[in-house]
Design a protein around this ligand. Sequence first.
Ligand code: ADP
Ligand code: MG
Length: 240
Amino acid sequence: MISVKNLKKSFGINEVLKDINCEIKRNEVVCVIGPSGSGKSTFLRCLNKLEEITGGHINIEEIEISDRKVNINRIRQNIGMVFQSFNLFPHLTVIDNITLAPIMLKKINKKQAEEIAYDLLKKVGLIEKVNVYPDKLSGGQKQRVAIARSLAMQPSIMLFDEPTSALDPEMVGEVLNVMKGLANEGMTMVVVTHEMGFAREVSNRVIFMENGYIVEEGEPSQIFTAPQNERTKRFLEKVL
Ligand code: ADP
Ligand code: MG
């Protein structure tokens, strides 16, 4: 579903992604782990063209997204992204946050968009917050609305960049549970996370990044119990 070949990304003279190669299959859940500054966020941002790549190729569902001619908006509609900071629109209620993009970009009528939103709010356990403004929500609730908002565009891939890192510890579980439900439904997901329990339990594959390279990848059972690379070992010793 996603094929990345010799991906390079520099900011000025700072080469952040040096030579990234990976394949992500439909229905796969891939967790990306690694130290701060290793290029994880930049990698995700390249996947939905929030960054212009410096070299290499990214192919998503048979479309070469690095091609300048491709319609960026069409690609982004197909790829949901959830960030560490929830980025809800503060002046819109929960339901309006969720229906805005489908109405504006997909030209779905309001009633239909609201039906989709109700279903999604049920799924993330927040149907009672439908008419509330974001400032009345806890961090965990905001992030669950942000996930629902992404899903409202009916993407075929979801990217998550440390979705629980800004949350108080007691709210991490409710967000991870929503993500776990999504994984169980077969959503193709790429998740940058420090939640090693989630990576171990939910992902099909773990990618360890360091210094702009994928240093090691494998099934979680292998990575977490028998990492092959010294740097993976050292990283896991610190975080586990
Ligand atoms: P991670 O998510 O693994 O912590 P990032 O991808 O955020 O790593 O950052 C990797 C490197 O890229 C860092 O050195 C960071 O300073 C640099 N970087 C990221 N975004 C930009 C940007 N927009 N402009 C310049 N440098 C950036
Ligand atoms: Mg990051």
